[in-house]
Design a protein around this ligand. Sequence first.
Ligand code: SF4
Ligand code: SF4
Length: 213
Amino acid sequence: MAEEPKETKPGFQNPVAGFGVTFKAMFKKRLTEQYPEQQKTTAPRFHGRHQLNRHPDGLEKCVGCELCAWACPADAIYVEGADNTDEERYSPGERYGRVYQINYARCILCGLCIEACPTRALTMTNEFELADSSRANLIYTKEQLLAGLEEGMVDSPHAIYPGTDEQDYYRGLVTEAAPGTERQVAFSKGEVPQEAATTFGEDEPASEKVIGR
Ligand code: SF4
Ligand code: SF4
């Protein structure tokens, strides 16, 4: 049996119905966000740029284990661990993350690396403005990812709090740097002791000033 033709509105009603939609929209709450002039607050657990955290005395929590890199589905993390020494100590334990990079051209901000980190060294901030026109700039280095210094902290490398061990740090027994704690020379980063710099002159390149290392 042939289908009955559907009843249609008279031709002049259709434009009027269209204006009805326009009028309704005029009185609705505006959803347009004036970004970047007006920044919107993200949800507290928003997945933004990563951060490498420090212990309360300023030593680094990262132990260079690479578990975050292995957990990453996008292969966005590159880690190189190294041994701490008494003369150049970055973390309370045996190892630290000498090189740490996250490639934000690859990262999908899924947070799996955060779950994999055994020391809570790696967490995510709410910072989302990561866009850049250069691929090289999208590779964040350890220096960019490392948390800033808070009150009571001394920048790494420096000695462990006297009389404590690595376990004490994770038990929360170290709450600030010991009085008199001084930053050590970062030999692995090409720094030189002050006296060596004076001997060789200020205009010499830092890499050539390193002696016996
Ligand atoms: S958030 Fe996800 S994609 Fe980004 S570095 Fe971590 S594991 Fe990799
Ligand atoms: S951030 Fe965590 S998981 Fe990644 S290397 Fe450092 S300690 Fe290991």
